[in-house]
Ligand binder design. Sequence first.
Ligand SMILES: *Cc1c(COP(=O)(O)O)cnc(C)c1O
Length: 421
Amino acid sequence: MTPTHEYSEKLWQEALQHFPGGVNSPVRAFRGVGGTPFFTQRAKGSRLWDVDGNEYIDYVGSWGPMILGHAHPQVVRAVQEAARDGTSFGTPNPREIRLAQLVREAFPSMQKIRFVNSGTEATMSAIRLARGFTKRDKILKFEGCYHGHADALLVKAGSGGATFDVPDSAGVPADFARNTLTLPLNDFAALDTVNWREIACAIIEPIPANMGLIPLKPGFLEKLRKVTQDNGALLILDEVISGFRVARGGAQELFGIQADLTTLGKIIGGGLPVGAFGGRADVMDLLAPTGPVYQAGTLSGNPLAMGAGIATLEELSHSGAYEKLERRAASLGDEWKKIVKGHSVRIGSLFCTFFTDCEVVDYASAKTSDTKRYAKFFHAMLNRGVYLAPSQFEVGFLSLAHTETDIEETLRAAAEAVGKL
Ligand SMILES: *Cc1c(COP(=O)(O)O)cnc(C)c1O
């Protein structure tokens, strides 16, 4: 029996009148898989309920933040408590300090930090700062890595760009894009072709998760660290997804590498709009008001957002949180790989299956995926109450709220869905 979506259909027709493409962020529109998106009424733990009363096991997790699951009692309480004291002050507030402590304990490379309102703001500001510090204009990024939607970073970006096959955005002046060099991921030789003395910074997702999931080859990040350091360029590790996800201290803890600047978002806001960037004190002190690099935000350090972040990071600091997440993820991932086949990848609680026989090592090989087959699989899963990312080029997110029962149900659905392909 296929679930009905009458009310979602009705709202969708209305949304199309209000919003370009019916949405406020492109991947939500289901363009990568076809069909009409469902409207969520509420969420709790591992589950979402749509406005027609259908229930889904959720593997999108608001695209990364919901590592504790939805509406976690401590997070809800923290937001309620903060709201009672006022929603925004425009002065310093004590919650900023607590969240900074929690982040800096996990990321020793972040000697100083600044909170912003999204991952995009974090990367955009970190790049301005790197340019201000090095007095160089050119930046380097990697094909298929997504760092938010700032002009300079919408060059060969992943995520929505990968889904829509729009490598560059209209409206980005060629003069901006000219200062953004891109290299293929995992290509050691390509790193030697760069004139590093003119590069302000290299930015990379240390666990690339915006063109599906593509692990870096051993030694790639190390080489990038060395070549930037040797030439006075800064290394920005964009841990907006991987921070507090693959380990408490993100990929930097996992790989034992230190960034000059780190960008965070998603989990550190516990589902509220938060981003952060931070790193070497000598670099960070160039920010206004101490230095000449301007950066500001009316709602930055917002008490509700800080409260949700604090509650989330405190929950994650309970012993065994990451071990539990890994156990759950392994029990899903091992069976999933056998059932769904394709090219399946899992790093901790992130997972992805490329519908291709190719070895996926970069953007070009990711694009060999059979996206029509993925779309069929996606809808077969959705009809069975499992919500996966509505695009081949996004990852699955497992949370601490997913139970063994959720995983069994998911695997049963996957076996049936694969049978329908
Ligand atoms: C999501 C994401 C961003 C952008 O964050 P927003 O909060 O959506 O602006 C930046 N970098 C990476 C790696 C991301 O996954």
